[in-house]
Design a protein around this ligand. Structure first.
Ligand code: TRP
Length: 328
């Protein structure tokens, strides 16, 4: 067993793919954490069932997600990368935890309320997420601000179980990445870049360079012609400055100085160059990976072989603590 702190996070496969906001806000950090922490990253395919996707599409999206994660730097030699559905202890623990969750407590989850009802899976979504985390005794869970409430529920359920049945779960610390929210839609720079919205304001990590170029060139800019950072007055330019800053590694202040006296055209050309440069190795690697489904399956098989025993060990303790008979 490793003495490094354990980090765990999940990402859903559904949707057209991962976008710039997912990359800069989440997956890039996942990759960066791999040396310092013992990392478990998984594809939340069971969570995706809450939108009842088309089976053929789901299968394709799952392969695509694994290839994207690997292309974006998740390294199976360093981290455990697996599919949630390959470890049946996830829904098993979710059932146990759902019996410790108040109906009102689950009803108060804002993501559920925002969806305005739906199926029981959607209602139970945060409980499954709590099971994902608690099964692995994770210390920290890197997620975006929108997941904060789900993390709080996870902590509450972990503590509730521990105080009722004895110490069983590590109660994870929130590790909320503020930057996850910072990337805005290029056409609607007051709204965050989002998978479900899609359209010309969303830069997919995997798309043609030409499409990326076109989207950046036609990004909404603001009145005036100075490149300055002013989120309220100039949301479009500020968003592009943020993107250029993270893609190039220069600070926003340095960029504002650099583009002083230059027009929006020069500025957008620089943004496009930086983004294409950042994505070039990811796109090249993705093309190789997606052409090799056997390898993608192998990564998931090896990931489940590492994750499974940990999940089973936790679940054996849980079963015993709650009073279920061990199978003879
Ligand atoms: N709900 C998370 C999201 O949409 C995905 C997720 C599922 C997750 N299970 C998790 C994230 C466990 C962290 C830990 O972003």
């Amino acid at each position: 067993m490793s003495d490094r702190r354990r980090v765990l996070s999940g990402i859903q496969p559904t949707g057209a793919g991962k976008h710039l906001g997912n990359y800069l806000g989440a997956v890039r950090h996942w990759a960066a954490m791999q040396d310092e922490f013992e990392c478990f990253y998984f594809m939340a395919d069971l969570h995706s069932l809450t939108i009842t996707p088309d089976p053929a599409e789901l299968r394709q999206q799952c392969r695509k997600l694994v290839a994207e994660l690997l292309a974006m730097g998740v390294d199976p030699a360093k981290s455990t990368l697996f599919a949630q559905s390959h470890v049946p202890e996830h829904p098993e623990l979710a059932w146990v935890l759902s019996c410790l969750t108040g109906f009102g407590e689950a009803s108060r989850m804002t993501q559920f309320k925002e969806k305005g009802g739906g199926n029981v899976g959607l209602f139970n979504y945060p409980v499954l997420q709590a099971a994902d985390i608690l099964l692995y005794q994770a210390h920290a869970v890197p997620v975006g601000e929108d997941q904060r409430q789900h993390l709080e529920l996870t902590r509450d359920l972990g503590q509730r179980f521990n105080s009722r049945y004895g110490d069983t779960f590590t109660v994870p610390d929130p590790y909320v990445q503020k930057s996850a929210e910072r990337i805005k839609d290029l056409q609607d720079p007051t709204a965050k870049m989002s998978t479900s919205k899609g359209g010309p304001g969303v830069l997919w990590v995997i798309e043609d360079d030409k499409q990326t170029l076109k989207k950046i060139k036609s990004a909404v800019t603001d009145t005036g012609r100075e490149v300055v950072y002013d989120v309220d007055g100039k949301p479009g330019i500020s968003n592009l400055l943020t993107i250029l800053s993270v893609a190039s590694g220069s600070s926003v202040e340095a960029l504002v100085k650099e583009f002083d006296g230059k027009g929006y055209g020069d500025f957008k050309a620089a943004v496009a160059e930086a983004v294409l440069g950042m994505f070039a190795p990811v796109r090249a690697r993705f093309a190789e990976l997606i052409a090799d489904p056997g390898y993608l399956d192998q990564v998931l098989r090896e990931g489940a072989a590492k994750a499974g025993p940990i999940a089973r060990e936790t679940m054996t303790t849980v079963r015993d603590r709650i009073g279920l008979l061990a199978p003879a």
